[in-house]
Design a binder for this molecule. Structure first.
Ligand SMILES: [Zn+2]
Ligand SMILES: [Zn+2]
Length: 171
């Protein structure tokens, strides 16, 4: 299995229920055998709040996270309770740049459903590892921008994606 020195930081932004953080770290350990650490929370990102949309700009939060020093962690996933948007979508469940270091996911539309949280987190992590959207039925890397689509995916990667991930994690 992977994770030669690979470690993933889970970064709460604002107040996030500890149970949800544990669900997310558990899904990485269970699905990918990746060591995951919960970091001390950051305060609510008022710099990214858009008054007109009453939402937070996911790109601005990722930019800020990319500038922070997280020396111990290979990748960081931010978790926020507030609604997120990016310019081309009225809202997003999560956002990551291909091969980036930091991603963010929002619990806002997930209705406290732990399985949905795990799916969004694994999906954005896939992008951080350079995985593209996958057309394989049920694969967690399938694009979804609402909970109905999310619910039709599994909370794991298809054979093709998991092979690619394990390869990338070993590099
Ligand atoms: Zn995606
Ligand atoms: Zn796949």
């Amino acid at each position: 299995m992977p994770s030669n020195g690979f470690s993933l930081g889970i970064q709460p932004i604002g107040e996030i229920d500890n149970f949800f953080l544990k669900v997310i770290t558990g899904s990485f350990l269970g699905e990918l055998s990746i060591k995951t650490f919960i970091l001390p929370p950051l305060k609510s990102p008022e710099y990214a709040f858009n008054k007109r949309k009453i939402q937070y700009d996911a790109g601005l939060i990722i930019n800020r996270m990319e500038k922070m020093k997280f020396p111990e962690y290979t990748k960081i996933i931010g978790i926020i309770d507030a609604d997120l948007f990016i310019p081309v979508f009225s809202y997003v469940l999560g956002e990551a740049r291909m091969k980036g270091r930091c991603a963010i996911i929002s619990l806002f539309r997930l209705e406290n459903n732990p399985e949905r949280m795990a799916k969004v987190a694994l999906h954005e992590f896939g992008h951080l590892m350079n995985l593209k959207h996958c057309q394989e039925k049920g694969c967690v890397m399938k694009f979804s921008n609402n909970v109905e689509q999310l619910d039709s995916n599994f909370s794991f990667f298809c054979e093709y994606c998991i092979d690619q991930l394990n390869y990338l994690l070993k590099k």
